[in-house]
Design a protein around this ligand. Structure first.
Ligand SMILES: Cc1cc2nc3c(=O)[nH]c(=O)nc-3n(C[C@H](O)[C@H](O)[C@H](O)COP(=O)(O)O)c2cc1C
Length: 396
């Protein structure tokens, strides 16, 4: 997400101090960020900090005399692509649920007709109060998006629901709501991501270097395009994306079971996981003790999930596989297209700098029956968007 006009409304909750990192990262990504603060919010974080981080004047006073004679809150509301209120106090949620516009933040909010995201953050008892719950439901009924509060230790000393989610989670939710091109609306997308772990004994396993990033970006891109997304994910360090059903798995057998069970209900299946081709013939019940000399592990083939999906592919279903090779990439990946009955194979080079495991960029070539489409060096986020646009949008 870049080149968007993002309005960040901050109200007077203790979590206001945490919003600085969101403002900074939205700005770093290349967005035009405008911060609006309530008077109470200034008790928790300074306008100077937010002005410095956003690079724009912080908007606080409804009646200030400005060099610019345009009515500021209306002008800002008109140019906004998205309006997020974080943290949203119980008080401000009550106001916006009822159209109250008695300060700069609420007046601008009432004037804005862009997508809106509310991030409630308050003490558990305030949050669970039926009045607050009714107000949140009312906001949702007007089409505002609500980001569910996190649970945990609260600043007041209580433990429970009401924490503001981390900035990265809020940013992910903003990306979900801001997207206008909902070309996958009504479609179900199934994505696999990350590595599998094949156990040798209770303490050891065979795995690979997959970070899961590419699969997660594909799942998010599909969600941003309006799809209902299920993500079957091997062990990784990534945050669960907002609005996506994440199913954690461990082994190749787990992955096969979860993916194949969902094939019939899916319109598009993207197999980005690095699934083990072999698994130990047996798993020792106890830790294998070391002894002198060589040691070998008998291995057997795992289920070839992509081939199994290809065999059972129904009319209209789109099947996208990944191929990662260290040599003869295009040749091997092209063979996979026909052998697995896939519609597209994304050939993923790990020989090139900036591509492959762990990094945030990738270099892929989309292989279809019509030929090769190299995408060049792109962020994994952009690579995911381009893959979906190429493989799915053009089918319509
Ligand atoms: C130390 C302190 C922390 C507060 N934290 C929260 C909070 O996390 N969430 C909330 O809804 N209200 C919180 N409040 C209460 C709000 O500040 C109060 O309702 C205020 O009127 C909100 O104004 P605003 O919504 O216009 O920003 C807190 C108050 C104090 C004194």
């Amino acid at each position: 997400m870049k080149d968007k006009c993002v309005l960040v409304g901050i109200s007077g909750g203790i979590a206001a101090f945490k919003i600085c990192s969101l403002v900074s990262s939205l700005k770093k990504k290349g967005n035009d960020v405008h911060v609006l603060m309530t008077k109470e919010a200034e008790q928790f974080v300074t306008p100077l900090t937010l002005q410095t981080l956003s690079g724009n004047r912080v908007i606080r006073d409804l009646f200030s005399l400005d060099e610019n004679p345009e009515v500021h809150h209306i002008a800002l509301a008109r140019k906004a692509d998205v309006f997020v209120i974080a943290p949203a106090t119980g008080n401000i949620i009550a106001k916006i649920a009822n159209g109250i516009a008695d300060d700069m933040l609420t007046s601008t909010f009432l004037a804005a007709d862009c997508p809106k995201l509310i991030v409630p953050a308050m003490n558990t008892y305030m949050l669970e109060n039926p009045v607050t719950q009714d107000n949140i439901a009312k906001c949702a009924s007007y089409g505002m998006h609500i980001l569910d509060s996190a649970s945990g230790y609260l600043a007041c000393g209580d433990t429970g629901k009401g924490r503001m989610p981390e900035a990265s989670v809020i940013q992910d939710a903003i990306e979900m709501v801001v997207s206008k091109d909902r070309y996958l609306s009504g479609k179900r997308v199934l994505v696999s991501a990350g590595p599998t772990r094949e156990a040798l004994d209770p303490v050891r396993y065979v795995t690979n270097h997959s970070s899961g990033k590419m699969g997660y970006e594909l799942a998010k891109a599909a969600r941003n395009a309006g799809a209902e997304v299920t993500l079957v994910a091997g062990a990784n360090n990534l945050e669960d994306p907002v609005g996506i059903d994440v199913i954690p798995i461990v082994s190749a057998a787990d992955l096969a079971e979860e993916i194949l069970a969902r094939q019939s209900e899916s319109d598009i299946i993207i197999m980005a996981a690095a699934v083990a081709d072999y698994t130990p013939v047996s798993r020792a019940d106890q830790k294998i003790k070391k002894s002198e000399g060589e040691f070998s592990i008998p291995m057997k083939r795992t289920v070839d999930v992509l081939a199994a999906l290809g065999k059972r592919k129904r009319e209209g279903q789109i099947l996208i596989g990944f191929a990662m090779e260290t040599q003869n990439l295009i040749e091997n990946a092209s063979k996979k297209l026909a052998a697995k009955n896939a519609d597209y194979i994304i050939a993923n080079s790990i020989a090139d700098e900036g591509a492959g495991f762990g990094v945030d960029t990738n270099i892929v070539t989309i292989i279809s029956k019509e030929g090769l489409n190299p995408l060049g060096l792109l962020s994994k986020e952009e690579t995911a968007e381009r893959i979906l646009e190429f493989c799915v949008k053009r089918e319509d």
